[in-house]
Design a protein around this ligand. Structure first.
Ligand SMILES: O=C[C@H](O)[C@H](O)[C@H](O)COP(=O)(O)O
Length: 223
């Protein structure tokens, strides 16, 4: 099985997990990235069994709409049972690094609202310790240098992701070589830097269910 087939398998596992709970009133939170795209394409086969979706990026909204799936503004949604999204790294505590596709802030917002966050990833994303993947930090453009200096004080090496503007009009610093000891604390510390919108650590709101695509099948990890 190649990586795309593993992504497809976990996307299908997520569909199988949520399908029995769906009603014609269900609205599903949908993440961003190549794994989430497999999920969207499979979800489209179940139109009629749910109402619509909330998107974590403009790209995802566009893909959902192309499939004819209604996209709702999160502000108009009172109840979101599921949020399904990929990750760049995941540990066995279901803490994640996300934001390789620059969608981290909207992803974190939708994850905060959802009752169940299902993370889908191919097995290569599983790590013992988070941090080999550079941590994405979304920053207000005028604060970029200030935030970079503060991140250096935390022991990281921030690199400006040139040419990338987030859906919120901000920029991304990718922080290399961070020692991530206690992830929930570091997540807060970075978010406390003035000018940071949010960072890609999902440790205070980790996933509830992690579906990992491996050559031996889909592994399920829960908290
Ligand atoms: O900003 C992007 C998201 O956090 C993605 O979920 C993450 O980068 C994983 O993407 P992919 O499924 O393409 O590996």
């Amino acid at each position: 099985m190649n990586q795309d087939q593993l992504k497809q398998a976990v996307a299908q596992a997520a569909i199988d997990h949520i399908r029995p709970s769906l009603t014609d009133k269900s609205i599903i939170g949908v993440g961003t990235g190549s794994t989430a795209n497999f999920f969207i394409d499979l979800l489209a086969q179940h139109k009629g069994f749910f109402d619509g979706a909330v998107a974590s990026s403009e790209g995802t909204a566009e893909r959902l709409k192309k499939h004819g799936i209604p996209v709702y503004d999160l502000n108009s949604v009172a109840d979101l049972e599921f949020y399904v999204d990929g990750a760049d790294e995941a540990n066995d505590n279901l803490e994640l690094i996300k934001g390789g596709g620059a969608a981290l802030t909207r992803e974190k917002i939708v994850a905060a609202v959802a009752r169940t966050f299902i993370c889908i990833a191919d097995g290569s994303k599983r790590v013992e310790r988070l941090g080999a993947f550079p941590l994405p930090v979304e920053v207000i453009p005028m604060a970029r240098s200030h935030v970079a200096r503060e991140l250096v004080k935390l022991g990281g090496d921030p690199v400006y992701r040139e040419g990338v503007v987030t859906d919120n009009g901000n920029v991304i610093l990718d922080v290399h070589n961070l020692m991530i000891g206690f992830a929930p604390e570091l997540e807060q510390q970075i978010n406390n830097i003035v000018g940071v919108v949010t960072n890609g650590l999902f440790a205070n709101r980790p996933a509830d269910l992690l579906l990992l695509g491996t050559r031996n099948g889909v592994e399920t990890l829960t908290r």
